[in-house]
Design a protein around this ligand. Structure first.
Ligand SMILES: [Zn+2]
Length: 270
């Protein structure tokens, strides 16, 4: 599933392609036909991301809410738009560009009250300037759940996905099993700042790299990592491979229904 940096990249792209323009909106597949009819011919005011949710705001205060889920995918290009092929849920075109969306978990029109409710149930998004990490910390320290599960809980930290959650805990030297209630204010502040910095870099690069300069392929004279799930990382999908810091085999285990990866030496449990 795309992590928050991907959704923020999409929001910026859609803003650049369509904001301020009257757009044509349709649903070639039909499943979003009623919603598309509400938006067709309106002006798109802005696009923004909140965690893994994408919001397109229109001039009548309606908002198109999209969650890609596991299979959702956008395509776009210069007009003229190609004829829709297959299951195109949403097709949009502006003055010069077209956009298509296939396979999202959610594609719906919300009113301002519904948008407010969506935001209220989401946690703090490290990529947003209006994020309040202390509100996320209040949820963390009140919980006995492992910090790994709390990072992935979208009502605590919105936009953090599996790669960032695994990697930020490695970089902090923190055991993923550490209960939220044992995470100090200082530790949380460091985790948050690191996560924010990594995710911001992800927005710029369009891929996730988490290794420090000393552990890049060039610095270590090793071959670059080849994995369709991201760039240079410490533990994510590196089960059995040597830790880039200490050489211990990276371990994998299930936690909170997700794949947890960690180095038992660099991230000791108490
Ligand atoms: Zn290690």
């Amino acid at each position: 599933m795309p992590e928050g940096h991907t959704i923020h990249r999409l929001a910026a792209r859609h803003r650049a392609l369509f904001a301020g323009q009257v757009v044509r909106v349709s649903s070639p597949q039909g499943r979003f036909a009623a919603g598309a009819a509400l938006l067709d011919g309106r002006a798109l005011v802005d696009a923004e991301a909140y965690g893994k949710h994408l919001l397109h705001h229109f001039d009548d205060e309606s908002t198109m809410h999209i969650h890609l889920g596991l299979y959702g995918k956008f395509a776009d290009g210069d007009l003229p738009a190609p004829a829709p092929v297959g299951q195109v849920r949403l097709a949009m075109s502006g003055a010069r560009h077209w956009l298509e969306l296939r396979g999202p978990t959610a594609c719906e029109v919300l009113d301002p009250v519904q948008v407010a409710a969506l935001r209220a149930r989401l946690g703090q998004d490290p990529l947003r300037d209006d994020a309040e990490p202390r509100l996320a910390y209040a949820r963390v320290v009140a919980s006995g759940k492992p910090v790994f599960a709390l990072l992935l809980d979208q009502t605590v930290v919105a936009g953090c996905g599996l790669i960032y959650a695994n990697e930020v805990l490695f970089r902090a030297g923190l055991a993923p099993t550490t209960p939220g209630r044992d995470v100090s204010v200082q530790c949380w502040a460091e985790l948050w700042d690191d996560l924010r910095a990594l995710m911001k870099e992800g927005v710029v690069r369009g891929r996730i790299d988490t290794v420090h300069t000393a552990h890049t392929p060039e610095a270590m004279r090793r071959a670059p990592r080849v994995d369709r799930h991201g760039g240079e990382v410490y533990v994510y999908r590196r089960t059995g491979q040597p830790c880039l810091v200490c050489g211990t085999a990276v371990t994998r285990g299930p936690m909170a229904g997700r794949n947890l990866y960690w180095c038992p030496v660099c991230q000791p449990s108490e």
